[in-house]
Ligand binder design. Structure first.
Ligand code: ADP
Length: 151
């Protein structure tokens, strides 16, 4: 069973994440969307909200699961028997950042990081931009899956 995790904050999930997950699922038997819990971070959406947005987005997709984790990503991989970490690359800054993390993870555990290049249509989308649009009452619905709705 080829299981990959797709780790991130997903505050909130965007169409960029959606694109990577939908394309990643053709490469693996299962993708676990893994929401990392960081006590020092201030999130716009609660953990429950972020989880529900993703679950609703992929309802009816048996190969896609959603879980939350604390601590090192590689430790979570070992815990759930995932041999792969899936990440998306948008630009050179993502590459530099991801390269350092992937090398570190590889030192810590025999887990391969697999990168997918973002689709041109969603390459500019980031959760931080979505949060900014929401804070300023802009139309965020073009940037996120339909399940993401602000009350
Ligand atoms: P983090 O807290 O790790 O930054 P994010 O939720 O922002 O978490 O991102 C998780 C993953 O999704 C990362 O691999 C990131 O590069 C990728 N990603 C984010 N936005 C996009 C996008 N628009 N297109 C492709 N990949 C993306």
């Amino acid at each position: 069973m080829k299981r990959a995790i797709f780790p991130g904050s997903f505050d909130p999930i965007t169409l960029g994440h959606y694109d990577i997950i939908k394309r990643g699922v053709t490469l693996f038997d299962e993708i676990v969307v893994a929401i990392g819990v960081n006590a020092d971070k201030n999130y716009m959406f609660s953990l429950d909200e972020r989880k529900k947005f993703i679950e609703d987005t992929f309802a009816g997709e048996p190969k896609i699961k959603v879980m939350t984790y604390e601590g090192l990503t590689v430790d979570f991989c070992k815990k759930i028997n995932a041999e792969f970490i899936l990440r998306g690359l948008r630009n050179p800054a993502d590459f530099e950042f991801e390269k350092a993390i992937a090398h570190t993870n590889r030192d810590l555990a025999p887990i391969e990081t697999v990168f997918l290049l973002t689709s041109a249509k969603t390459s500019y989308i980031a959760s931080s931009i979505v949060r900014d649009v929401i804070r300023n009452q802009g139309d965020y619905t073009k940037l996120v899956p339909i399940s993401v709705r602000v009350k």
